[in-house]
Design a protein around this ligand. Structure first.
Ligand code: ADP
Ligand code: ASP
Ligand code: MG
Length: 436
């Protein structure tokens, strides 16, 4: 990820490495290189941006080298997406990226100005100036590499570098964005490229909790969580971190902390499994409302039919998640139920209807009033009965399970959306996660 700095950068680099070593070993100074990321609420208005500047100033004065990644001010990205959809429902993703990436650009400049007002040297670096190279999947691009050399040179000169999250540059030279929540991934990518000592993700809650604290009042903050658990939690809906950010942190061994920009308390560290001394059976409950269910009734039960159903969906980039197949009433055909993300539902139904004759099913039903609830924990590897406890607890609440899926450290069920809060709270209690 990290590409070499220019020759001048190199000599600066060796001199400052010497300086850093001198400070660390002779002066016993624990200077560090940190990436600090501030989410939408943390930079929600000018007062909040000034508060972030004060926090950054304190880190600089403690002798640390600081790179800051910022999100758009809260609500801005939603508004920009709204503009795009209103003017062009089937928008060109390259122009979408031009519009939605602008929110982060504004915040980066404002924070640089706020720091300058405090007497701190700071400048903003747009994605294309660094550059942050991505692939060409506009609106959901992946980072390919980040050239950290110029930023390192700038930090060595005592400047705070401020990077707008979420944005990069595609191979054709056009602006790209990383998908919603993508500033987390920008921050982790930058921490890997800059070989930072830690990446701090500042947000509006005090860390990673056993469940979304906004719906489970008794959720408690975890001191540590493993990369693997966080990866599962993020991928099943805990949007406190973007899934790709966790993937990248795990791959590049980035030390990651999630903490609040509103308090001064330590947050949650995301760590390797061997750093957690005692594993709880279940460490978290997550839910995702971004689900929709499709049932194909009486599909002819013959080899190759599943491939014929899911092939065209995959070709149209529709992701299928949970799948269940049942023999239908008469035993001759099969009913097939599966889930897709809500935004893909219309497209998926359209494709299946177009292929009805070829697929040979009798009826198609769809439902978007569903939610996926998951329990996650590495302790599940060595203990049986976790799923059974989940099913019993939902049955006791009178909640019907529509589809089930499992992995080594996770059990997910699909239920009616109206039961979301009830199910998450009940499971939180059953696995002993309620705050004491
Ligand atoms: P930011 O704008 O800082 O990126 P996000 O809204 O993306 O913030 O993520 C923080 C939110 O994630 C919290 O406000 C919280 O409601 C939600 N969340 C969901 N699950 C969890 C969890 N297990 N722990 C903490 N927060 C969670
Ligand atoms: N502003 C972008 C979003 O709202 C990226 C981010 O905040 O992480 O999705
Ligand atoms: Mg976020």
């Amino acid at each position: 990820m990290y590409t070499r700095p220019s020759p001048l950068g190199k000599s600066l680099d060796s001199f400052s490495r010497f300086l850093a070593a001198f400070r660390r070993f002779i002066l016993k100074d624990d200077m560090a290189r940190l990436v600090l990321k501030f989410g939408g609420t943390s930079v929600g208005d000018l007062e909040r941006i000034k508060a972030v500047a004060v926090r950054v100033k304190a880190e600089v004065e403690a002798g640390n080298e600081i790179a800051v990644v910022v999100s758009a001010m809260s609500g801005v990205t939603n508004r920009l997406v709204g503009y795009v959809e209103e003017i062009s429902p089937l928008y060109d993703a390259r122009e979408y990226d031009v519009v939605v990436s602008s929110g982060e650009q504004v915040t980066s400049g404002l924070l640089a100005l706020a720091l300058q007002e405090l007497g701190i040297k700071a400048r903003s670096w747009q994605g294309w100036q660094i550059p942050v190279h991505t692939d060409s999947a506009h609106a959901k691009a992946r980072i390919i590499s980040i050239e950290g050399g110029d930023l390192i040179d700038s930090m060595k000169l005592g400047e705070v570098v401020i990077v707008p999250g979420f944005q990069g540059v595609a191979p054709d030279g056009r602006v790209s964005t990383l998908g919603r929540g993508g500033s987390d991934t920008s921050a982790v990518g930058l921490a890997a490229a800059l070989e930072a000592d830690r990446c701090d993700i500042y947000t509006d809650v005090e860390g990673i909790y056993t469940a979304d604290p906004r719906i489970v009042a008794r959720a408690h903050k975890l001191d540590k969580v493993t990369y693997e658990e966080m990866l599962e939690m993020a991928s099943v809906g805990a949007k406190v971190l973007q899934t790709r950010a966790v993937e990248m942190a795990m791959k590049h061994a980035v030390r990651l902390q999630v903490l609040s920009s509103f308090t001064n308390k330590p947050g949650t560290l995301v760590v390797d499994e061997d750093e957690v001394v005692e594993h709880e059976l279940v460490s978290g409950i997550a839910y995702s409302r971004d689900e929709a269910k499709i049932t194909l009734v009486k599909v002819a039960d013959r080899p190759g039919v599943a491939a014929r159903i899911f092939g065209p969906l995959a070709d149209a980039s529709v992701n299928v998640d949970m799948i269940v197949q049942n023999v239908s009433d008469d035993g001759k055909a099969t009913d097939l139920t599966f889930t897709v993300t809500r935004s893909d539902l219309e497209r998926a139904v359209d494709i299946l209807k177009k292929n009805k004759d070829d697929l040979g099913y009798q009826d198609l039903a769809s439902d978007s009033d569903v939610v996926k609830v998951s329990v996650i924990g590495v302790g599940m590897r060595s203990h049986a009965g976790v799923a059974q406890r989940m099913f019993k607890s939902l049955a006791d609440e009178g909640i019907n399970i529509q589809v089930i899926s499992t992995s080594e450290i996770k059990v997910s069920v699909l239920i009616a959306e109206e039961y979301t809060e009830r199910a998450v709270r009940a499971l939180h209690t059953v696995y002993g996660l309620d705050a004491k």
